[in-house]
Write a protein that binds this ligand. Structure first.
Ligand code: SAM
Length: 215
């Protein structure tokens, strides 16, 4: 998701109490419960866009601690504005490229990772940038708890098939794979729609989803 540059957005992000200051990120690993001021499972969404999904999850599950990660300030600003309207004590944001995710969390610190409608990076030479790539899965392996899980949703069938083929090159295996989430009554229980999910399912695109855990 690219939004036009919003003048002053970097400054507004830097000043926001809902975003971890960039200079403090290096010291966050292993301290997330202290940062939230309480215990609880830690669930993160990587590439959260405008943050609707994670904001809604934070409302539904007040005991879980949520961290939304987004690369672009102009996009993150929308999530910050939503928090200003409707603050959540169990949700905080990071502006960063998730390539460095293993610097921000201690080994085993994260209970769950959500990847929603990740950018497809269609050129082969950019495959390593895809968030469900084996390179990213190796980073997730470093920070995810032993019984932690990763949930990935997309309407992009080419990206999804590729992501499933990446699994044998990782420590993860699929517990659930569906090519039409919205037709699966059981998997739809508690499903929270993302912005992209609403848009693309509304256009009639089937939504693919996997849930993976360590083999
Ligand atoms: N998850 C949202 C949804 O489903 O509506 C947004 C999907 S949008 C297609 C993908 C988002 O991931 C964009 O906002 C993009 O900036 C972000 N993103 C892509 N690569 C990223 C990375 N390496 N680190 C952090 N964010 C990333």
């Amino acid at each position: 998701m690219r939004l036009k540059n919003v003048p002053g957005c970097r400054e507004r992000i830097a000043e926001s109490k809902y975003v971890i200051p960039e200079e403090e990120l290096a010291s966050c690993a292993g301290r997330w419960h202290e940062i939230f001021g309480r215990e609880g499972e830690i669930h993160i969404e990587i590439g959260m866009g405008k943050g609707r999904f994670i904001h809604e999850l934070a409302s539904l599950n007040p005991d879980i601690l949520y961290i939304g990660i987004e690369k672009y300030s102009a996009v993150l600003l929308r999530a910050v504005q939503k928090m200003e309207e409707e603050p959540k004590g169990n949700l905080i944001f990071i502006r960063m490229d998730a390539e460095n995710i293993a610097d921000v969390f201690a080994p085993g610190e994260v209970d769950r990772i959500y990847l929603n409608f990740s950018d497809p990076w269609p050129k082969d030479r950019h495959a390593k940038r895809r968030l469900p790539s084996r390179e990213f899965l190796a980073r997730y392996d470093k920070i995810l708890k032993a019984d932690g899980r990763i949930e990935f949703k997309t309407d992009n069938r080419v990206l999804f098939d590729w992501a499933v083929e990446e699994l044998p090159g990782s420590v993860f295996g699929a517990d659930v794979i569906t090519y039409d989430l919205h037709s699966d009554e059981k998997l739809m229980e508690g499903n929270v729609m993302t912005e992209y999910e609403e848009k693309f399912s509304g256009m009639g695109n089937p939504i693919c989803k996997y849930i993976i855990t360590r083999k």
